[in-house]
Design a protein. Structure first.
Length: 504
């Protein structure tokens, strides 16, 4: 049974159980199924068929969930669009994915964004429901190949569509639901934007498990106090977020209030997880279960989950990403292309198995660059670009991006390690490091959020007590806040532009 079928089954088992809620309305599982069928009828009447793509110009809301499931009903892949993106990017994505329809939220219908300027057919949610009112509900697609396409820039700066198959989507969602133990008693808070596939690790597994997803307006959660209010007022017991967002919460004096709420489980993912941040979270909320999850967009939401051990984190050990999901295979490969079989040896991670993407939409050459069949005979593997090692108990540990490990004076240096050392300095609430072109050499620029007027020279002095001279940043710049991308990750390109530096 696929994701849609599992959710519709929840409607038959517990029709009156709360399924989804946003700032405007809430739906039971019976009502959710009925609305999905109504929108599916409208999509069918508009000629949307199996194999088509439907772009969703809908912010975080119950409408997004309904629209995505309706696309699955008719066999179309849904393509989330960021409603906050510049018009040029939105237009580029729409032109590339060539959707049969652009489906928008009612309050965004007619907005002067790329979705309107593209010349594509565009309908609001209410229009689609009205069009389908006189039509028969279409038979559910049984041979759907693709579930969705997520557009990501990666290191190229040009949007590319990661096409995820229905079976990969189902495998990822079901495994996440089972490993996290999501059930009808789950009340989940959706934090990440829905155009970022990491958000799907909260949204879809919760409803597959029969729980309630609470979906606040995305912009409201940019203020930590709104997060704390939502957790308390909605009796939230599960949420997922990025480590960057976690650090935003930890910087608030209100974080200790989480200990008095029902929040029992948090899943981190999307970027490297810091032991110091997790330890700080546990000091604020001692009974919280914390999971770390890992997975490139190309391997569907997450391919590992690991419940973190309090004693190991307190001892300062690296935070593991865990072991691969059932049906997922991991291989570590050295610089010569040989597979590494020993524990403790760092290699580039290649990922295979049931959660692998179909490919980049309309980019066969780019797909061939990262989907490799020449590493392990008979296996189709995704070259992740991530450096990882396996520890002595079988868990995998993320080290860094291959392109974020630089070499200076013959020494390999992890920019993540340098940033971690900076974050551990008293008076620094956030830090990141970026490689730049330093007169033909590779330089390290550190951007830090400092409190109490901490100066760069003081930061350098403190850093020198923990880092060798070869790892010390060439430039330390204090900023009020680290700029983030639309999916909540630190925007390295923007930082380099702010400092008038050229990337390395």
């Amino acid at each position: 049974m696929d994701v849609l079928g599992l959710i519709l089954e929840r409607g038959r088992v517990g029709p009156h159980h709360a399924a989804a809620k946003d700032a405007v309305r809430d739906l039971t599982y019976e009502e959710l199924g009925a609305e999905v069928a109504e929108v599916a009828a409208g999509l069918g009447a508009l000629g949307v068929e199996t194999g088509d793509r439907v772009a969703l110009y809908i912010p975080n809301s119950v409408d997004f969930l309904v629209a995505a499931l309706a696309c699955l009903w008719v066999g179309a892949a849904f393509v989330p669009l960021a409603t906050t993106d510049p018009e040029s990017r939105t237009t580029a994505i729409i032109e590339n994915c060539d959707p049969t329809l652009v489906l928008s939220a009612d309050h965004l219908d007619g907005s002067a964004n790329g979705a309107a300027a593209s010349g594509r057919r565009r309908r609001s949610m209410s229009e689609v429901v009205a069009i389908g009112a006189g039509s028969a509900i279409p038979t559910r697609a049984e041979q759907q190949r693709n579930a969705y396409a997520i557009y990501t820039s990666g290191t190229t700066g040009t949007p590319k569509g990661v096409l995820i198959g229905s079976s990969a989507f189902t495998a990822a969602v079901l495994t996440t639901q089972r490993l996290l133990g999501l059930s009808p008693s789950t009340r989940a808070l959706c934090v990440s934007p829905f155009h970022f596939d990491g958000s799907f690790g909260t949204l879809f597994p919760t409803v597959v498990g029969g729980g309630l997803v609470v979906i606040p307006p995305r912009e409201s959660l940019l203020f930590p106090q709104r997060f704390f209010q939502s957790v308390a007022n909605e009796s939230i017991n599960f949420t997922g977020c990025s480590p960057t967002y976690l650090r935003l919460l930890l910087a608030s004096p209100r974080v200790s209030r989480l200990a008095d709420t029902p929040l029992a489980l948090i899943a981190l993912g999307g970027e490297a997880c810091s032991a110091a941040d997790v330890d700080a979270l546990w000091r604020a909320t001692p009974r919280l279960r914390v999971f770390n999850r890992y997975g490139p967009t190309e391997t569907t939401i997450a391919v590992t989950h690991c419940e973190l051990d309090r004693q190991a984190v307190a001892a300062g050990r690296p935070v593991p990403i865990g072991r691969p999901h059932p049906g997922v295979t991991f291989y570590l490969v050295d610089e010569e292309g040989a597979v590494i079989d020993a524990a403790g040896v760092v290699g580039e991670l290649y990922i295979g198995g049931v959660q692998l993407m179909e490919g980049y939409w309309r980019e066969p050459a780019l797909t061939d660059e990262v989907i490799r069949t020449d590493v392990v005979a008979g296996e189709r593997l995704y070259r992740s670009g991530d450096l990882v090692y396996r520890d002595d108990v079988g868990n995998y540990v993320y080290v860094d991006r291959a392109n974020q490990v630089i070499k200076r004076s013959g020494v390999r240096i992890s920019l993540v390690e340098v940033a971690e050392a900076l974050r551990n300095i008293a008076g620094i609430s956030a830090a990141t490091c970026v490689a730049f072109d330093n007169e033909g050499q590779t330089g390290i620029a550190a951007f830090v959020v400092a409190i109490d007027g901490l100066e760069p020279r003081e930061i350098r002095r403190a850093a020198s007590e923990h880092l060798p001279s070869t790892m010390l940043p060439d430039l330390i710049k204090t900023v009020e806040v680290l700029p983030l991308t639309s999916v909540g990750k630190v925007d390295d390109r923007r930082l380099l532009q702010m400092a008038d530096l050229a990337p390395r």
